[in-house]
Design a protein around this ligand. Structure first.
Ligand SMILES: Cc1cc2nc3c(=O)[nH]c(=O)nc-3n(C[C@H](O)[C@H](O)[C@H](O)COP(=O)(O)O)c2cc1C
Ligand code: SF4
Length: 432
C-alpha cells in the first residue's frame, strides 16, 4: 500500500498558509484535542508513540518533556530549533515555508504539555523566506484566537516569537542556541544541568527540532498507536523526512516511513545522476560516517545506522557517485567543522584544524602514507572529551574515510594519483 504523506501533506496546498485554509484540512483539531486532555496525558501519548527527536540525537521526545519540573514558580519555555545549518540539511525549511501552522500547532501542544506560555522559534538567519512565512502565520494565528491570552477559547495563554540567528552552525547545538537567544556569543554550556531544568534565561526549557514538533501535531490528532504503526520497529517510529542531495536525478525532500532502505529512497529520487555508479553516501548530514555502495540496502533509521557505525542524524542523505574523490569530500566537511568549532575545547579547536590540514595535504598530491597514519592517530582524539557533540560530529566522516577507503587512498598515494581529476558536479550540456 502506498504511504500516505503526513508531514508534507500540505506542501502543495498554498491555502494551508492561512489559519482558515489550514483548519479546512483538519488543522488545529490536534490542539483542540490536546486542550481537552490533562497535560500529563499529552506527555503520555507522546511517550507512547515512541517519537524520537528529529534534530540529530534521536532522544525520546515524551521523556524529555517529562523532565520539566511541574511545580516551579519560574516561567517555562518551548524553544523550537530551526537553525538547520548542517551541510546537506534542508528538510525543516520545507515544513516552515509550506506549512507553518503545522509547526505552530506542535509548539502550542508542547507548551500545554509542560506548562509553558512562550515559544521561541530560533531560525537560521539565512532562512529569510521561512522567517517571513512564519511571522505572517503567527500574526494570522493571533487574529484568529489560536495564539494569545485564550488559545482556542480556553484559559491557556501561549505566545510565539521568531528569533533569527546570525549564521553559526554551533547555534544549532541546544545550549549554544540558548546562549545566542539570550543575546550572548553562541558557545555551548556545560551539561548538566540540562535545559529541561535550567534552560533559557535560567528557566526550564524544552528544546525540540521543527520536524519533531510537527510530528507531535499528528500524534495528538491520530493517536500514539497510529504513529507507532509506521516505521521499522517500536524504537524507530513515525514518518520521516529525508533531504537528498548530490549525484541523484531528482534531489529534494522526501517523506517515507522511518527506516526506508537507502536503495528505495534512491529509486524514489530517480536513481543515480545519469545512471552512474554509487560510490558512497552520507546518511545523516555532515556529521555522519560515510557508507559504501555495498551498504545500499541499509534501513535509514536510528538503530540500524548506529549499528553500522553511522547515524541518522539530521537525515540529510548526501549521495556521491564514482567520479567523486572521497578525500576531497571529507576535506570539504573537515573545513566546515574547523571553521565552525567555537574554540572552547582544545581537542575540537585544534583537532578539527589538524584533520583539515592533513586531508588537504593528501588531496593536493603533497601527502604520503604517513599522513594517513597521522590522520588515523588524530581522529580518535578530536571527540568524546569536549563540551558538545561538534567534536564527535567532526570525527564521523573522516573516521569512515579511513576505515572504508583506506586501502584505496594508500593505493592512490603510492601511485601518486592525487589530486584526482575534478569532474564538474553537474553536466550542464552544450551552451548555445
Ligand atoms: C553542532 C551541533 C549542531 C546542531 N544543529 C542542530 C540544528 O540545526 N537543528 C536541530 O534541530 N538540532 C541541532 N542539533 C541538535 C540539538 O542540540 C538538539 O539535540 C535538538 O535540537 C533537540 O531536538 P530534538 O530532540 O527534537 O531532536 C545540533 C547539535 C550539535 C552538536
Ligand atoms: S566541542 Fe567544539 S564546538 Fe563544542 S564547545 Fe567544544 S570547542 Fe565548541
Amino acid at each position: 500500500m502506498a504511504f500516505e504523506r503526513v508531514l508534507t501533506r500540505n506542501v502543495d496546498r498554498p491555502e494551508a498558509l492561512t489559519v482558515r485554509g489550514y483548519r479546512e484540512g483538519g488543522g488545529y483539531d490536534a490542539l483542540a484535542r490536546a486542550l481537552r486532555l490533562q497535560p500529563e496525558e499529552v506527555i503520555e501519548e507522546v511517550k507512547k508513540s515512541g517519537l524520537r527527536g528529529r534534530g540529530g540525537a534521536g532522544f525520546p521526545c515524551g521523556l524529555k518533556w517529562s523532565f520539566v519540573p511541574r511545580s516551579t514558580d519560574k516561567p517555562k519555555y518551548i524553544v523550537c530549533n530551526a537553525d538547520e545549518s548542517e551541510p546537506g540539511t534542508f528538510k525543516d525549511r520545507l515544513l516552515m515555508e509550506r506549512d507553518p501552522h503545522q509547526l505552530i500547532e506542535g509548539c502550542i501542544i508542547a507548551g500545554w504539555a509542560v506548562g509553558a506560555n512562550t515559544t521561541y522559534i530560533y531560525i537560521r538567519g539565512e532562512y529569510t523566506r521561512a522567517a517571513a512565512v512564519l511571522e505572517e502565520a503567527i500574526r494570522d494565528a493571533y487574529d484568529h484566537g489560536v495564539l494569545g491570552d485564550s488559545v482556542l477559547g480556553s484559559s491557556f495563554r501561549h505566545d510565539v516569537y521568531v528569533h533569527r540567528g546570525a549564521g553559526a552552525y554551533i547555534c544549532g547545538e541546544e545550549t549554544g542556541l540558548l546562549e545566542s537567544l539570550e543575546g550572548k556569543r553562541g558557545q555551548p554550556r556545560v551539561k548538566p544541568p540540562f535545559p529541561a531544568v535550567v534552560g533559557a534565561f535560567g528557566c526550564p526549557t524544552v528544546i525540540n527540532n521543527v520536524e519533531t514538533l510537527c510530528c507531535v501535531t499528528h500524534i495528538l490528532l491520530r493517536g500514539a498507536d497510529w504513529f507507532k504503526g509506521i516505521g521499522t520497529d517500536e524504537r524507530n517510529t513515525g514518518p520521516k523526512l529525508y533531504a537528498v542531495s548530490g549525484h541523484v536525478e531528482r534531489p529534494g525532500t522526501y517523506e517515507h516511513p522511518i527506516g526506508i532502505p537507502f536503495q528505495e529512497l534512491l529509486d524514489g529520487c530517480g536513481g543515480m545522476y545519469k545512471g552512474r555508479e554509487l560510490k558512497a553516501y552520507i546518511p545523516g548530514g555532515a556529521s555522519a560516517a560515510m557508507l559504501t555502495a555495498a551498504e545500499r540496502d541499509m534501513p535509514l533509521d536510528f538503530d540500524s545506522l548506529a549499528k553500522a557505525g553511522s547515524m541518522l542524524g539530521s537525515a540529510a542523505v548526501i549521495v556521491m557517485d564514482e567520479t567523486t574523490c572521497v578525500v576531497r569530500a571529507a576535506l570539504r566537511l573537515a573545513r566546515f567543522f574547523a571553521h565552525e568549532s567555537c574554540g572552547q575545547c582544545t581537542p575540537c579547536r585544534e583537532g578539527t584544524n589538524w584533520m583539515r590540514l592533513i586531508l588537504r595535504r593528501i588531496e593536493s598530491g603533497r601527502g604520503s602514507e604517513a599522513d594517513l597514519d597521522l590522520l588515523a592517530h588524530v581522529v580518535p582524539n578530536v571527540g568524546g572529551i569536549s563540551l558538545c557533540a561538534l567534536g564527535d560530529a567532526a570525527q564521523g566522516p573522516v573516521k569512515s574515510l579511513i576505515a572504508k577507503f583506506g586501502e584505496e587512498i594508500r593505493d592512490n598515494l603510492r601511485e601518486r594519483r592525487y589530486p584526482l581529476p575534478r569532474v564538474p558536479f553537474f553536466d550542464l550540456g552544450a551552451v548555445a
